[in-house]
Design a protein around this ligand. Structure first.
Ligand code: C2E
Ligand code: MG
Ligand code: MG
Ligand code: MG
Length: 299
């Protein structure tokens, strides 16, 4: 891990160790500027959500993942891979994440009134710091109630690192939100350090196979084995397994053959602005409606 640049953020009186991949290594002053820009961006409405479709094995769109987009007035689009870690280490993720949740739930409630969209589920990413915030549980309950969204159509994507932080607290927050009908998905599964004994204690609904494994299923036998193993684990634990980052028909074929339940990736569509996502869903169901047997549209 010598290529990882480490720095210490001393915000809010505590030391947070943060790691940045060298590919996105930026100077401390540049980070400070980006952070200040990010604060004002929340006020200036520079953020938006895009939605990436998720499909089941009968080739129906079952939902979408909400992904944050930032259009910076000077820099243009800044990738979440760049600004989310900074928001996380500075604590700004708490406000930013609240905005994401509110916006996603309003969208979900709006779609609830549209025939083509009403049954879709919405997955929302929640970062560890946001999840472990003392007000998180209340925030989610309030946002859901205010928006009028059906909590049974909301899924929160957490990562393995939240259980590392505090398994008891994680468990209690999850249990309370599950009682409202909200679902949980474990994002980037296989890349973290969670143990199976921790995993089995969490009231999860879904495992998301990390795209790094999906990418290799055709060439690398180890990646293929890992993906098969995660699908098997999901089956044993009664969890839905979703493969993310599906880019080729060959990857999709492999996943389907090994009984993966759900799929997401550029093969189907990238994340789209809300209105384009609506059109995509309408077009897709029209195409799909004309299909018979297990024939599938070609991409
Ligand atoms: P993630 O949650 O694992 O989201 C999946 C990422 O993979 C997204 O990148 C998506 O655009 C990308 N992706 C989807 N299909 C494909 C594919 O077929 N090939 C490839 N190469 N990539 C694909 P994005 O939008 O840049 O987001 C990156 C990460 O930033 C997310 O990873 C998530 O960890 C974080 N993020 C994004 N939005 C939010 C948010 O609202 N809140 C929080 N806390 N984190 C977010
Ligand atoms: Mg995600
Ligand atoms: Mg992921
Ligand atoms: Mg990721």
């Amino acid at each position: 891990r010598a290529d990882l640049a480490m720095y210490q953020a001393k915000e809010q009186g505590r030391n947070n160790l943060c790691f940045f991949d060298s590919s996105m290594e930026v100077s401390a002053s540049e980070r400070a500027v980006l952070l200040a820009d990010m604060r004002s961006a929340l006020q200036n409405q520079e953020f938006s959500l895009h939605f990436q479709p998720q499909l089941d094995s009968s080739f129906h769109i079952t939902g979408c993942e909400a992904l944050l987009r930032w259009r910076h007035p000077q820099r243009g689009n800044v990738s979440p891979g760049e600004f989310i870690p900074l928001a996380e280490s500075s604590g700004l993720i708490v406000d930013m994440g609240a905005w994401v949740l509110r916006t996603a739930c309003r969208q979900l409630a709006y779609w609830g009134g549209q025939p083509h969209m009403r049954s879709l589920e919405m997955s929302v990413n929640v970062s560890p710091r946001q999840f472990l915030d003392k007000d998180f549980e209340r925030l989610v309950a309030n946002v859901v109630a205010e928006s009028g969204a059906d909590p049974r159509q909301l899924k929160l994507e957490i990562t393995e690192s939240v259980m590392m932080e505090n398994i008891e607290e994680t468990l209690s927050t999850m249990t309370a939100l599950k009682a409202l009908g909200i679902g949980f998905s474990l994002d980037d599964f296989g890349t973290g350090y969670s143990s199976l004994s921790q995993l089995k204690r969490l009231p999860l609904d879904q495992l998301k196979v990390d795209q790094s494994f999906v990418r290799g299923v055709e060439q690398a036998e180890t990646d293929a084995s890992i993906v098969r193993t995660i699908i098997g684990l999901g089956r044993e634990l009664g969890l839905n397994v979703l493969a993310e980052g599906v880019e080729t028909a060959q990857q999709y074929g492999f996943l389907k053959e090994h009984d993966c339940h759900s799929f997401q990736g550029f093969l189907f569509s990238p994340a789209l602005p809300a209105s384009q996502f609506e059109s995509f869903v309408k077009d897709f169901s029209r195409r799909d409606g004309g299909m018979t047997g297990d024939a599938e549209p070609r991409f």
